[in-house]
Design a protein around this ligand. Structure first.
Ligand SMILES: NC(=O)c1ccc[n+]([C@@H]2O[C@H](COP(=O)([O-])OP(=O)(O)OC[C@H]3O[C@@H](n4cnc5c(N)ncnc54)[C@H](OP(=O)(O)O)[C@@H]3O)[C@@H](O)[C@H]2O)c1
Length: 173
């Protein structure tokens, strides 16, 4: 099972502001939905609470929290990232054609997940954006670009983007 991070990152590393996203990227959300559909997604409690519609439909939603009393309707709740990955792996093995667990944020989850991930699906937002949550540096000695696509801003997009997939170089952890 591959571990894939899905994230949109501004040129200055920003991924979030005041608990939400500091941009509107409708084209990218459609691509995100298509790429993650049918797969387990792992999400931090704060990002879960930021979703306008919960759970994300058509995907097994797994929420990570240290709060043992936390309940999330329509999702599984676990107490650590390791538990989330174990649960997602067990469930994904029973789903035909699923070869990836999707780690979908936010900042705290990404920080812990980056050393474990096999693949990064990064929407580079082609602007510097104000915010309070950042993604760590993507080290080119660890991550190689396997595909990249420039996406001009559509009518419902605040920015142009570049959608880049990175894979971990063999044996670099
Ligand atoms: N640009 C993007 O692609 C993208 C994607 C997703 C989110 N975001 C943005 O990122 C921001 C949220 O990120 P964030 O870092 O503040 O929060 P987060 O990672 O979404 O959630 C943090 C919470 O998750 C739980 N958690 C995290 N690591 C844990 C661990 N190892 N064990 C147990 N529980 C753990 C804790 O919940 P408890 O406090 O309940 O214990 C923690 O407070 C928002 O602005 C959001 O919009 C951006």
């Amino acid at each position: 099972m591959k571990l894939g991070i899905y994230v949109a990152i501004a040129e200055n590393g920003v991924i979030g502001r005041e608990g939400g996203l500091p941009w509107r990227l409708s084209t990218d959300l459609k691509r995100f939905k298509a790429d993650t559909m049918g797969k387990p997604i792992v999400v931090g409690r704060k990002t879960w609470e930021s979703f306008p519609r919960r759970p994300l439909p058509g995907r097994l939603n797994i929420v990570v929290t240290r709060d043992k009393t936390f309940r999330a309707e329509g999702a599984e709740v676990v107490g650590s990232l390791a538990d989330a990955i174990a649960l997602a792996t067990a469930r994904a093995r029973c789903m035909s054609g699923v070869d990836e667990i999707c780690l979908v944020g936010g900042g705290e989850i990404y920080r812990d997940a980056l050393p474990l991930a096999d693949r990064l699906h990064v929407t580079h937002v082609l602007a510097e954006v104000d915010g309070d949550t950042r993604f760590p540096e993507i080290d080119p000695e660890i991550w190689q670009v396997v595909s990249s696509l420039d996406v001009p801003a559509g009518e419902k997009d605040s920015h142009a983007t570049r959608y880049t997939v990175y894979e971990r170089r063999a044996d670099v952890h």
